[in-house]
Design a binder for this molecule. Structure first.
Ligand SMILES: [Zn+2]
Length: 103
């Protein structure tokens, strides 16, 4: 995952979600994910049950995206090709509804 993490910038805080300041490393897709609805970057957040999530600051989503689920989909796909070639990922309605753009 080192190659993928090197591409990421911090997308910052997300709306009313609780920002997890200490867990940047725990969000390997930070800076790559964007919201299909508003096209803004998804930021890190902690869900109500304490689970890691990615959320949209514009409030397009009634529920944030489960981080582990979307990471599994994106990273599994990326590793089959080359994680360093992932340019961006647009996330739709749920963690499996992703569009990966390659460099
Ligand atoms: Zn949005």
């Amino acid at each position: 995952m080192t190659n993928t993490q090197a591409l990421h910038a911090d997308a910052g805080d997300v709306g009313a979600a609780v920002l997890d300041e200490s867990a940047t490393d725990a969000y390997p897709l930070l800076g790559l994910l964007s919201c299909r609805c508003c096209e803004q970057r998804l930021g890190r957040a902690v869900g109500p049950a304490g689970i890691r999530t990615y959320g949209c600051a514009a409030g397009c989503r009634s529920t944030p995206i489960d981080a582990a689920a979307v990471e599994r989909v994106v990273l599994d796909t990326a590793e089959r090709i080359d994680p360093a070639l992932v340019a961006s990922v647009v996330v739709g309605a749920d963690p499996t509804d992703v569009y990966i753009f390659w460099t």
